[in-house]
Design a protein around this ligand. Sequence first.
Ligand code: ATP
Length: 347
Amino acid sequence: MSGLVLDHLVKRYGPFTAVHDAELTIPHGRFVCLLGPSGCGKTTLLRMIAGLEAPSAGAIRLDGEDITAKPAHQRDFGMVFQSLALFPHLTVGENIAYPLRIRGKSRAEQRAEAERLLALVRLPGAADRPVAKLSGGQRQRVAIARALALSPRLFLLDEPLSALDAKLREAMQIELKQLQQRLGITTIVVTHDQREAMTMADLVVVMSAGRIHQAAPPVEVYRRPADAFVADFIGMTNLLKGKVAGPGRVAVAGGTLAVTDPTPAAGEVVLSVRPEDVAVRVGDDAPNLLPGTVTFLRDLGATVEIRLDVAGQEIVAVTAPQDRPMVQAGDAVHVRFPAEAAVVLAS
Ligand code: ATP
């Protein structure tokens, strides 16, 4: 099997299990984001892949080779941590060439490679600048260039952009994604920011309390969340508690709705419905209507957001300005969404 395989990986710290039975296959060349709230075990998982933490059980294989017990420095992986760990007293070029120097490369080779990597991270000609005088974004690029210096088999990054301000962070997300696409190197990034994961990843691995809940492309995680935790964490969705009222029918918030997603035979479920799929109607008699009250409305320019109270549950609807219904806070309205818009999740 080529690529990286995590085979039933477990990490325990005394009685506490930080990673439970992680199973994941990452084919070559993918950009993977390990995504989840603080403390969910994503750093621990990354550190096991890096060889910085020994698994309590399970195995890690790379292209069929069992690397579980291989020391970190023999794995040929490039790593960038939140702290960046650059040498402040060295120049940009010396920082990037450091791994090459340790490997005994000549000065000329170090220089040429540093120049090539600086061009790659869009800092050409910066080799002689002191690291101490660089901006946050420039340091980030130097750390990335240094991690790529030995053409690593895997590129591992732990919250690499979290110290940057929002605007620079978004620019760096796009840059990192483009760099990875050019190099085709398998890349694994830890982040707790779902937008960041959705921007960069081909494969989003959503974790909570040490478990992988879903590993799927961003659109699938967004459109078909595996469970209510994933739907909630990815955000931008309405989660409505309901009860199965028959095949393809769910009793929810004062009405009974048709859904095309398969329903269990009976019991409680959660419907995940995107705000953009929710329509707000006045005096409508179409099917799949729920009566509700507008609680808040805001015009964000490109979109209009309407918040509603529907039998005690909050529903958010988002429309284009031209489709905006003429309603205001306090109005009694109907809420509707197409049967195929609801994803039925176990509660
Ligand atoms: P964050 O985003 O806050 O870094 P994370 O998802 O990366 O969170 P981890 O750092 O992997 O989470 O930690 C997972 C859990 O394991 C946490 O509850 C943490 O306290 C615990 N943990 C991590 N390292 C150790 C350790 N060396 N000894 C004991 N517990 C640890």
